[in-house]
Ligand binder design. Structure first.
Ligand code: ADP
Ligand code: MG
Length: 249
């Protein structure tokens, strides 16, 4: 109970390794995420950022090491895994909404199917969440009728509907037209302010500066650098990080 100044972290990765065939994509990763923390993960393409997120949610298995979530080692399979997974929201680059369901149905499906919430209660909650992300007026439309920025805000509402203990965001604004990026980041900044534990893979420095407690720079399957956002963006410690920043800034 003494890690991170007396609070148990929500997630702890210990010596986590992952290969895809001969490719070593996670190299002895050690990382903790505290409750209420916003951790931004940044780094070059192919560095293992998505695999890291997917491992935390057990969408990928790991070869060795362990991942402890909310005090429990992530189970391999079965009901225990399904329950833990339902406590970790995930928002992808590509929205991944159900195309043949309305916006409201997209947000109610999980709580009804996985949590056994009644349709009425789930629908009422969905409207509150859609209100929160500014999409309530679109509730009865289908995903294809919404802009990318709106769809991504629905994806966030859908994640919130499960009352997750944490949300993983994997490049949530990378597929958006530039004018839609901020509306999604604003929703995320709101969540951060409300105390949601978040792991966010993004190159959006404005977001990192405003919302992140910590930045992790990942390259070649390793955590190369870990720092506060201000330090990282103005005074990166490694050549690797400086070189990367010089390309995206
Ligand atoms: P990032 O998100 O940082 O771009 P990824 O985690 O997606 O990196 O990928 C890390 C490495 O693992 C890349 O070389 C990628 O090609 C490889 N990789 C990712 N997923 C798979 C997979 N399912 N099978 C084989 N190789 C994969
Ligand atoms: Mg990725």
């Amino acid at each position: 109970m003494t890690e991170n100044g007396g609070v148990t972290p929500l997630v702890r990765l210990e010596n986590v390794n992952k290969h895809f065939g001969a490719l070593h994509v996670l190299k002895n990763i050690n990382l903790t995420v505290s409750r209420g923390e916003v951790l931004v993960v940044i780094g070059p393409s192919g560095g293992g950022k998505s695999t890291l997120c997917r491992a935390i949610n057990r969408l990928e298995t790991i070869d060795d090491g362990k991942i402890v979530f909310d005090g429990q080692v992530l189970p391999e399979e079965g009901k225990a895994l399904a329950r833990l997974r339902s406590e970790v929201g995930m928002v992808f680059q590509s929205f991944n909404l159900f195309a043949h369901k309305t916006i409201r149905e997209n947000v109610t499906l999980g709580p009804v199917k996985v949590r056994g919430v009644s349709k009425d209660a789930a629908s009422k909650r969905a409207m509150e969440l859609l209100e929160r992300v500014g999409i309530a007026a679109q509730a009865d439309k289908y995903p294809a009728q919404l802009s990318g920025g709106q769809q991504q805000r629905v994806a966030i509402a859908r994640a919130l509907a499960m009352d997750p203990k944490m949300i993983l965001f994997d490049e949530p604004t990378s597929a958006l037209d530039p004018e839609m990026v901020q509306e999604v980041l604003d929703v995320m900044i709101g969540l951060a302010r409300d105390g949601m534990t978040m792991v966010v893979v993004t190159h959006e420095m404005g977001f990192a500066r405003r919302a992140a407690n910590r930045v992790v720079f990942m390259a070649d399957g390793q955590i190369v650098e870990e720092n506060t956002p201000d330090e990282f963006f103005t005074n990166a410690q490694t050549d690797r990080a400086r070189d990367f920043l010089s390309k995206i800034l």
